[in-house]
Write a protein that binds this ligand. Sequence first.
Ligand SMILES: *[C@@H]1O[C@H](CO)[C@@H](O)[C@H](O)[C@H]1NC(C)=O
Ligand SMILES: *[C@@H]1O[C@H](CO)[C@@H](O)[C@H](O)[C@H]1NC(C)=O
Ligand SMILES: *[C@@H]1O[C@H](CO)[C@@H](O)[C@H](O)[C@H]1NC(C)=O
Length: 385
Amino acid sequence: MQGVAKVMEESKDLGQTVRTGILRTLPLRVLQFLLLFFILCLGFAIISMNTFRFFSVQPIAPVAPSIFVTCVEEADSIESWIRPPSNLMHTMNDTELLWRASFVPQIADYPFERVPKIAFMFLTKGPLPLAPLWERFFERHERLYSIYIHTLPSYYGDYPSSSVFHKRQIPSQEVEWGKISMCDAERRLLANALLDISNEWFILLSESCIPLHNFSTIYRYISRSQHSFVGSFDDPGPYGRGRYDQRMEPEVTLSQWRKGSQWFEVNRKLAINILEDITYYPKFRDFCQPACYVDEHYFPTMLTIQVPQLLANRSLTWTDWSRGGAHPATFGKSDINEELFKKNFEGQFCLYNNQPSSWCYLFARKFAPSALEPLLELASTVLGY
Ligand SMILES: *[C@@H]1O[C@H](CO)[C@@H](O)[C@H](O)[C@H]1NC(C)=O
Ligand SMILES: *[C@@H]1O[C@H](CO)[C@@H](O)[C@H](O)[C@H]1NC(C)=O
Ligand SMILES: *[C@@H]1O[C@H](CO)[C@@H](O)[C@H](O)[C@H]1NC(C)=O
């Protein structure tokens, strides 16, 4: 730290020296030298300045130390690369944000102790009515998660500083149901979450989702999985293949076309795949418009083409479609009892790391604001938090 500070101090000195002292004190011969080097290139110029300083220039008065401290932290310490952004409300537009978020280290080992975190990304219109339940879920696990909230741009959630949701809103934009702006919002959430190098897994949630297990169970399930939980299947019917548009060829063929739940979990690698995509994005934007709901097809199809072996092909978020129609069932106050959870979450079957498992879902939706109170009552016995 001290060594670094010293170097900074020297170069700072150098800047002032060049400005104030150069014309006054340098001999003609040296000036000619300087001119030559300037013509050659800027790099040489810098080297030459160092030489002059060494030979002929007196040190000048030091600048206030506080400035050096800021300078060193911003520019030189590894901490500045590890530390998550202190203010999520940055001024980057989407182009700049996605570019910045796509930076990937090329050396696999981290030169510091990295505790991988789960990024919980809430895609909402505004308020989070089930926030008290989530607060309880997150309690005492500060080191292992981060939270990001995408809302309508006009909404401001005034969470108290004691809340896990305090200042976790990201710069957001208008979202239309089933349109590409929905995928833009999801990419925006991923990009913001990628700026924290400790985030390793990324989960998309809505304001009506609840966790079905305690935090340590969910963390273990996700961190030990060999696959990312993206729903992806080939649906031959009108709501699957029926939504395919042949103009997507050759990038996407009918046999590659997939459908899956919008509520995904991806790791850092897949999150970058999603951000950097410029091959499939224009195809889905132009040729998958309602009644083709792009958020049900874009990521499942794209990832199945690119990295099929990394996908579990199922979502971690349970949704009740049993009542039929375009929208899933919503559970309110009177629906919440132990029976609901027993009936829906016992005796399931799925694959986890290629082994049969009866634990298939970590989250569930949709729950109305009125469900909060009974859920809080059941949380410790039924949900385990
Ligand atoms: C973001 O700003 C850059 C530089 O001004 C511009 O080239 C780019 O088109 C902008 N992107 C969006 C999405 O507005
Ligand atoms: C979390 O849930 C698991 C499984 O239900 C249980 O074994 C574990 O003790 C719980 N952990 C805490 C901290 O409550
Ligand atoms: C998911 O589906 C792809 C092809 O669609 C397949 O290659 C992959 O093995 C499947 N994943 C699992 C865990 O079965």
